[in-house]
Design a protein around this ligand. Structure first.
Ligand code: DGY
Length: 340
């Protein structure tokens, strides 16, 4: 019997990263052979006897999978910063180490968040395919301006969740004239005014405050949804929140689809409670068809979860995921281990 360590990888990570695993003579690497979401049955069968499993967001990391792998399983590594697909209690109680991919995707997702804020306000959904039937006129397709204007100089950004990606997004908004930043945070954590003051100084904004959700809805010109998924944030953007927004405001969700009630948002856009929305994540993805209420909603740009989809970032994520796996397999430091 081989004394190599078996690892299962649920996607081919490409020529820049796979050699890290394939060239390691101590490993027996089994890779899902298709360019599609890994089949659950295949994963359960192939996990048997594995010491490490490297997965994508699409794979549920639960007791069934860990039982299928058996007691040899030392480490699970996900190529994602989000980990709501992982049962952390099960990982912890079984002593299985867990790696994820924070930081490397922060800039890519912040870039896309700004892109969606611009697209949502500027009627991009309606105008991209308009040629050749378009007649220019002074006020056609006019939307709210993201940057400050002489007639509307005050710009306030609202963040639901104020972690790394939110702060990187704020940094990008400063040249647009945003001087006011409101955010909400996990209610279980205490407000930290000194930390807020330090962040205000760091980004050079006049105001940076943690506020209740209704104030954030009421005051913000653009709301960025950037909190983790899971039960605590499920449909945090609901009908009440949307009814409370400025009619000229836009909503951007680059976090998780579950934070936004899709039906309520579609209704809000049809009825003009807010101006537009830029959505990179949809509840129920990837099963989002042309009939989805958000795909059909006016001034709603819907993208297929491409926040981190730049070549450099995806290679960075895959490399980190592979190195996390290797660290966990050989009892060494993992570059990004989650303390479960
Ligand atoms: C993540 O890593 O959690 C992102 O959503 C993937 O783009």
């Amino acid at each position: 019997m081989s004394n190599k360590l078996k690892v299962v990888v649920t996607r081919d990570l490409g020529p820049d990263v796979m050699p890290l695993l394939l060239n390691n003579k101590e490993l027996d690497v089994v890779v899902w052979p298709h360019n599609s979401v890994c089949d659950r049955k295949w994963l359960l069968e192939n996990a048997a006897g594995a010491s490490g499993i490297l997965v994508m967001l699409s794979e549920k990391l639960d007791a069934e999978l860990f039982d299928a792998a058996g007691p040899s399983l030392r480490v699970v590594s996900t190529m994602s910063v989000g980990y709501e697909h992982a049962d952390l209690k099960e990982l912890s109680s079984r002593g299985i180490r867990f790696g994820y991919t924070p930081d490397v995707l922060t800039d890519a997702v912040a870039d896309l968040s700004i892109m969606l804020a611009l697209m949502a306000g500027r009627n991009t959904k309606e105008t991209l395919d308009i040629w050749p039937n378009f007649v220019w006129s002074p006020y056609v397709w006019c939307g709210p301006q993201l940057s400050a204007t002489p007639t509307s100089p005050k710009r306030t950004a609202g963040f639901i969740g104020f972690g790394r990606i939110a702060q990187a997004t704020l940094a990008r908004l400063i040249p647009f004239g945003f001087q006011h930043c409101l955010y909400t945070a996990n209610p279980a954590t205490a407000p930290d005014h000194a930390a807020d003051a330090a962040l205000a100084a760091k980004y050079g904004v006049r105001e940076l405050r943690r506020v209740p959700l209704d104030e954030l809805a009421r005051e913000s010109d653009v709301v960025f949804v950037l909190a983790p998924g899971g039960a605590a944030t499920y449909h945090i953007v609901d009908e009440k929140f949307l009814r409370g927004m400025k009619k000229s405001a836009v909503l951007v969700n680059t976090a998780r689809g579950t934070l936004v009630d899709s039906d309520a948002l579609a209704k809000a856009l049809h009825e003009g409670w807010l101006y537009g929305a830029g959505i990179d994540v949809v509840e129920g993805e990837p099963k989002v068809g042309a009939d989805h209420p958000l795909v059909k909603a006016p001034r709603c740009v819907v993208l297929p979860h491409i926040g981190s989809a730049t070549t450099d970032t995806r290679i960075g994520m895959a490399t980190l995921a592979a190195n996390n796996l290797l660290g966990g397999l050989f009892g060494k430091e993992m570059p990004a281990e989650l303390n479960t």
